[in-house]
Design a protein around this ligand. Sequence first.
Ligand SMILES: Nc1ncnc2c1ncn2[C@@H]1O[C@H](COP(=O)(O)OP(=O)(O)OP(=O)(O)O)[C@@H](O)[C@H]1O
Ligand SMILES: [Mg+2]
Length: 218
Amino acid sequence: MTEPLFIACNLRKTYSQGESVTPVLQDISCTIMPGARIAVQGPSGSGKSTLLHIMAGLDGPSSGSITWPSFGARDSLRPSKVAMAFQTPSLIAPLSVVENIALPLLLCGASDATARTAALKWLARLQLDDTAEKLPQELSGGQGQRVAIARAMSAEPALVLLDEPTGQMDRATAELLFDVLLRLLDAGEAALVLATHDSALAARMRDVWQLKHGHLTR
Ligand SMILES: Nc1ncnc2c1ncn2[C@@H]1O[C@H](COP(=O)(O)OP(=O)(O)OP(=O)(O)O)[C@@H](O)[C@H]1O
Ligand SMILES: [Mg+2]
């Protein structure tokens, strides 16, 4: 039987600062299966990024349980099993574009040459060949987002989490990017979870989850 990639049971997340407690996620139960295509939508501040960070194992719940049945322990998830492209810029400043994309592969044990070849292939797929030797600070916002997505995908993780991946792109570039991403993902078993305000992009996913007032509806 196929095992889920991620299960959350009665997940709650609150942030506390001094006396003030902010409840963000309330009693959320959800499952991500291999091959899933899920868009998470909801107003700004509704907890989409918080939920994706928890799915990635980067943050923990305040209560409830989270497990990755087909992956195992939380500290073994990245970068080979779960990868995330963050909402805010996260490329490593002193590394070139091609080095940023190669990094997950190097961490997984690939040789320099193999990692570089794979990274260059990603740049070609996303029509970013001419940025290979640039530093992140030399990229436009939309180029930086595409490089971050290539970095998330380069080690071919089974679960890809993209947080507002196209916020700084025009529609044509965003659509083209998703044509490429979905073609590659559809050729394998990898699951995609996407937090987005872009309803046209969300409509390309099989499932759309709504987060509102801390609750998840499908
Ligand atoms: N590290 C943190 N410490 C305290 N509060 C936080 C922290 N991270 C997020 N929050 C709060 O949690 C709530 C949800 O934030 P989150 O970033 O998950 O929302 P979002 O749905 O991704 O919003 P957006 O659409 O603007 O990206 C917000 O009220 C935010 O202020
Ligand atoms: Mg967010």
